[in-house]
Structures are given as structure tokens and as C-alpha cells.
Design a protein around this ligand. Sequence first.
Ligand SMILES: Cc1cc2nc3c(=O)[nH]c(=O)nc-3n(C[C@H](O)[C@H](O)[C@H](O)COP(=O)(O)OP(=O)(O)OC[C@H]3O[C@@H](n4cnc5c(N)ncnc54)[C@H](O)[C@@H]3O)c2cc1C
Length: 386
Amino acid sequence: MNAASGGGYVSPWMDEELAIFRDTTSRFVEAEMVPNEPLWRKQQHVGKDIWRKVGALGLLCTDISAQYGGVGGDFRHEAVLYEELGRRGLSGFGQGVHSICAHYLLNHGTEEQKRRFLPRMARGELIGAIGMTEPAAGSDLQGIKTRAVREGDSYVVSGSKIFITNGYLAELIALVVKTQPGEGAKGTSILMVETKDLLGFRVGRILDKMGMKSQDTAELFFDNVRVPAANLLGGVEGQGFYQLMSDLPYERALIAVIAVASMEGALAETIKYVKERRAFGRSIAEFQNTKFKLAEAATKTRIARVFVDDCITRIVKGSLDTLSASMAKYWVTDTQQEVLDEGVQLHGGYGYMNEYLVCRMFADARVQRIYGGTNEIMKELISRSL
Ligand SMILES: Cc1cc2nc3c(=O)[nH]c(=O)nc-3n(C[C@H](O)[C@H](O)[C@H](O)COP(=O)(O)OP(=O)(O)OC[C@H]3O[C@@H](n4cnc5c(N)ncnc54)[C@H](O)[C@@H]3O)c2cc1C
């Protein structure tokens, strides 16, 4: 399946059942997503219908047990969908963030919260988002200002969030708030906020980004919004930082999975292109520079793939540590940028045109080094363990 990096390498975690699952997933993606991508790019979001369809087909919350409405698979099933989207450059459908939101509930929610939200998330009826970043606080999350004050059976929330993936379509937001200002990490909590008919809640602009044009990254505003106290994740105040930290390996590995899939997709596309394109009486593929650049890109892609495959296997076993996940997030996304840059170069001027997949992938890839914790923050974390 990962023939792009040569030698017919197959991920060791793949098996027959996953091959069938991949086949179903890739047929669906080809039929229902690829043809809609130009429209999605124009309108800056994928619309809610596709979420309902993906849910109905059983492609959401695949690693969550049937008891909570999930598919009852494991992270390999999630990886298959990320890969099928990533290799086609379909960056608008924010499945990763939806999954992370569902995992906050699964890992930290009360039993009642899991039963209330997860089945609807699995059906694609509640599109998930994560609201951490604020205009004045990104890497340094302790600086967030969005405040939640307990009043009777509710929290009253005021503040704003920025750069929120799925922000325009979101129906359930894992919102990071201050419940005890001045208490640092201990004063932080997560509220699960349902957005439907929510007084005082407003979605701002869909942000105009360098890439990921079909992703509805948005600003969110909260003006004295009342959220039931029963929506405090886990039911105990002050747990927000601990909850965020414990799910980071999952989130970072997921970004690395998407990164390596996009490298494989771009490499396959570039190989096809250089074989067809001709200059000086021969195909571009015949120049020694092209061969060497492709050899380098294939080698980097293979190394990334083997590392990511190890992360996938360790998530399934429950043994992926923060250090390895931080290494994967930083190194694979940096390498993704290098490989895609070479893909653009080998496409010549066409590589700079948005109608070419490699161009869109290159622009999309830039943010991979920024979100999910910047790569500088990853190195900071890695260095602490040395
Ligand atoms: C397309 C997109 C989607 C996003 N989706 C979401 C989302 O769904 N939910 C959400 O909450 N957020 C989201 N984000 C926000 C993202 O996680 C932040 O942008 C990111 O964490 C960086 O924060 P910042 O933008 O405030 O940059 P800053 O924290 O201001 O960083 C600026 C620069 O300083 C560097 N820096 C900061 N601290 C250190 C340090 N200690 N050591 C060395 N260098 C440092 C950074 O690495 C960076 O290079 C998204 C962002 C984008 C662009």
C-alpha cells in the first residue's frame, strides 16, 4: 500500500480486515469527497452533510467502543481514514480534531457525559472542536483568559478563541476555560459546550489561511454564555491541564500519521508527473537530479513511515509516550515540508498552481509545524528528557 516509497512496503499493523476497511474508506472518499473539494475550498467549509454521511458509514469514532456508539476498532482504523484523506490532500474534513474531542470525553468524561455525547459524535450528528487557543495565548496556554464562573447549575462563560479547527460547523466544543484565575494550571477546566441555540455564542469569520482552504478554521466568541454545570468534563474543576496533557501523545501521533500520508501521496503524484513531462528531448524523470531528488524523498518518506507505524502500533498497545509522540510530530512534519517542497520543485511552474495537488498539499503542510504544539515546543519537551 505504501509503494510510493519503493519496495512495496506494507505497514506491519495492516491485516485483512483493515484492508477491507481501507477499501471501503477509499471508495467513499473518492466518490463523496474528492469531487466536492473544489466547492468546499470556495465556501471554506465541507458542510454538515458529509459529516452525517461519514458517521452513517461507520468511519467516525472508529476506535471507541460500541458501548458508546463507536465502531469498536482501534487506532489503526482511525489511521486508515487519516491516510486516505492525507494522501489525497483532503485537509478540510477535520476528523482529527473531532476524534481528539471524543477522546477527551472517553478518557476523562463522566459515564453520563460519555453516554450523552459520544453516540451522537460517532453518528456525525455532533461535530467536535477543541477550543484552547486565544488571541493572546497559544503555546503558553496557562495565559488563557476565557472565564467560567459557577452560578447555580450553570457556568457563565465569557471570552474568545481563535484558530479553531471545525469552528464554523462545530456542534460540540471542548472549551478550555479558567475556573480559578490566578491558580495557573490548577485553575483550568474543560467545559463541553453544545453550540445549538446557545445564547451569547457567536462564530466569527472563517479565517483566510495560506492553505487548508476547505477547513472552517474560525474565531469563537462567548458573551455570558450559560453552560450546564453537568458539562464540566469529568465533573471536577481544575483538571483541565491534566486532561489536555494526558491526551497529547494521541493528538501528536495523529498529526504525524497525516504528515506521512501526505508525503506518500505527493511522492506518488510527483513520480507520475516527472515520467510524463518532457524537456530537452527526454522525460524529466531521466535527469540524474530528478532521480536523486526522488531517491532522497522516498528515503525520508520511508523513515517517517516506519517511525509513524511504530507510533500507531504503540497507541494500539497503549504504550506511546509523550517523548516519542513529540519526536514524531516535530520530525515527520518538518520532513513533510521538505518532501513536498521537492515535489513542487519537480513540477516546475505547475507546482505553484493550485489546480495541482502537490501545490495544495505544500500550502496545507506548512501549518503542520505550527498547530498541535509548535515544533519548537516539541523540541523543548524532547530536550527535557535528555
Ligand atoms: C490552521 C490552524 C488550526 C488550528 N487549530 C486549532 C484548534 O483546533 N484548537 C486550538 O485551540 N488551537 C488551534 N490552532 C492554534 C495553534 O495550536 C497555535 O497557533 C499554536 O499552538 C501556536 O500558538 P500561537 O499561534 O499563539 O503562537 P505563539 O505561541 O505566539 O508562538 C510564536 C512563535 O514563538 C515560538 N515559541 C513560543 N514559545 C516558545 C518557547 N517556550 N520556546 C521556543 N519557542 C517558543 C513558537 O514556536 C512560534 O514559533 C490552530 C492554528 C492554526 C494556524
